[in-house]
Write a protein that binds this ligand. Structure first.
Ligand code: ACO
Length: 431
């Protein structure tokens, strides 16, 4: 018999089982609360609600820990790559040598999209945000692969997962090419994941495009660091949509839409805009921090709902920024060098300031990712698209896990009604 929490309500006592996870985090199981006590829980933003049990990812925000399937993010960042991590998240274990070779080959050979999908782009305005384009095209995949939509057929789901991972860089790069009026570049099967994307983004049919290895490495790292982050807004969306037995493509399209918002995936863009604003004013990080303390502005890229310590991804990205500079020289970063200087200064001032220390506000993943994207020449409105590309394996892993869960149920929260009580219809002449 495990631990029991007791709820006293209207003269009765209800026993609520306590479930303890592998890392000792505890949850009160309230799944019988409504039938036993006539009560539901009220938890706006689900901040205290565990919606499922999951083995994909572990976060300890107080200690700044992030692990994918038990592996520490820093170790994966140092020793692995995005495609291997995608397998790890989807399958639960690191691939053997043969599995890794076969997996990489399969992803590299599913990269083309149906020629007719290009017509979906033609139907959209040229100035559409690439996130709107990507969610539309990913949603449209369910009309192109009608033979593989059954959510309970594991072989078909695996095929759809491969198609999504392989084709998303093509879909994303086309959204950019479409917006600038350049021809779409076909994927190249001899290129690795990040290289292929950069080739499709920046190549043209007029001349060969050589991808800089440092750029491909930096992008691969960014994708790996964004690959998974448990039950955030977009992952919960993917699960919720999938719980109605909607197909994988539709669920991921919804996840892309959820990620788009500025409170979620859009913050990396806000960091760059903040740094540019400081550079355009007088370049004073100190003054900006003072304004943040009076709440006139927010220090974007600082603070996190879960991390009350350094976001472990921010630490890795800070070093990646420094490595990029060491490899290519500060001058190669151009305008971004100035932004990086301001970012470093902001971080130093904020980390020594009582306002930020007292509130446990530390740099988050977005503080440095935008600087690297900019240094790679990625346009600002594509930052969130790259976040989506990185997050794909996590979304798919959760979608699959949910369908294999013996506790599976359609997601359907309750509410407390606050509207008018029963009233009579008022005829038009009496309103
Ligand atoms: N700059 C200045 N003050 C801040 C900041 C910040 N970036 N973040 C929080 N605070 C202050 C708040 O004003 C509040 O102060 P108070 O106690 O005096 O009222 C206190 O710190 C607590 O802040 P909350 O907003 O309650 O914290 P919450 O956990 O709800 O918000 C959030 C977290 C949204 C990330 C917030 O820190 C923020 O807005 N940060 C900037 C935006 C950002 O970088 N978002 C990216 C998050 S990472 C990701 O999504 C991948």
């Amino acid at each position: 018999m495990g631990e029991i929490a007791k709820l006293h309500f209207r003269g009765k006592v209800y026993d609520l089982p306590v479930y303890t996870g592998i890392e000792n985090e505890s949850a009160v199981d309230i799944s019988r609360l409504r039938s036993d006590a006539g009560l539901i829980t009220l938890d706006p933003g689900y901040a205290n609600t565990g919606s499922c049990k999951s083995s994909v990812c572990f976060i300890d925000g107080e200690k700044g820990i992030l692990r994918y399937r038990g592996y520490d993010i820093a170790e994966l960042a140092e020793k692995s790559n995005f495609i291997e991590v995608a397998w790890l998240l989807l399958k639960g274990e690191l691939p053997t040598r043969e599995e890794r070779e076969s997996w990489s080959w399969q992803i590299q050979h599913h990269t083309m999209i149906h020629e007719d999908i290009k017509r979906v782009y033609q139907g959209l305005p040229k100035d559409a945000h690439p996130m709107a384009v990507c969610s539309s095209v990913v949603g449209a995949l369910s009309s192109f692969y009608q033979d593989a939509l059954e959510p309970r057929d594991e072989d078909l789901v695996w095929l759809s997962a491969k198609r999504l991972l392989a084709k998303f860089p093509t879909i994303a790069a086309y959204s950019y090419k479409f917006s600038i009026g350049q021809p779409f570049m076909y994927p190249m099967n001899n290129l690795a994941y990040a290289e292929n994307f950069l080739q499709m983004m920046f190549g043209t049919p007029c001349e060969p495009y050589i991808v800089h290895p440092t750029a491909a490495k930096a992008l691969d790292l960014l994708l790996l660091l964004h690959a998974e982050h448990e039950q955030n807004c977009s992952t919960s969306t993917v699960r919720l949509v999938g719980s109605s037995m909607s197909n994988l493509f539709s669920s991921i399209s919804a996840g892309i839409s959820a990620l788009w918002g500025r409170l979620h995936g859009g913050a990396n863009q806000a960091v760059i805009e903040m740094l540019e604003q400081i550079a355009a004013e007088d370049g004073s990080a100190k003054k900006f921090v003072e304004r943040a303390k009076t709440k006139e502005v927010r220090l974007m890229g600082f603070g996190h709902r879960v991390y009350k310590n350094f976001d472990p991804r921010a630490k890795i990205l800070k070093k990646a920024c420094e490595d990029l500079i060491a490899a290519r020289g500060m001058t190669s970063l151009g305008e971004e060098a100035r932004l990086l200087e301001i970012a470093l200064e902001l971080e130093e001032i904020a980390l020594r300031d009582d306002y930020f220390i007292g509130r446990k506000l530390y740099p988050n993943v977005d503080f440095y990712s935008g600087i690297i994207y900019k240094a790679l020449g990625i346009p600002v409105n594509m930052f969130t698209v790259l976040f989506a590309m990185g997050r794909l394996p996590g979304w798919i892993a959760h979608w699959m896990e949910m369908h294999q869960d013996t506790d599976f149920k359609i997601g359907r929260p309750r509410q407390i009604y606050t509207g008018p009580s029963l009233r009579k219809y008022v005829p038009m002449e009496k309103r």
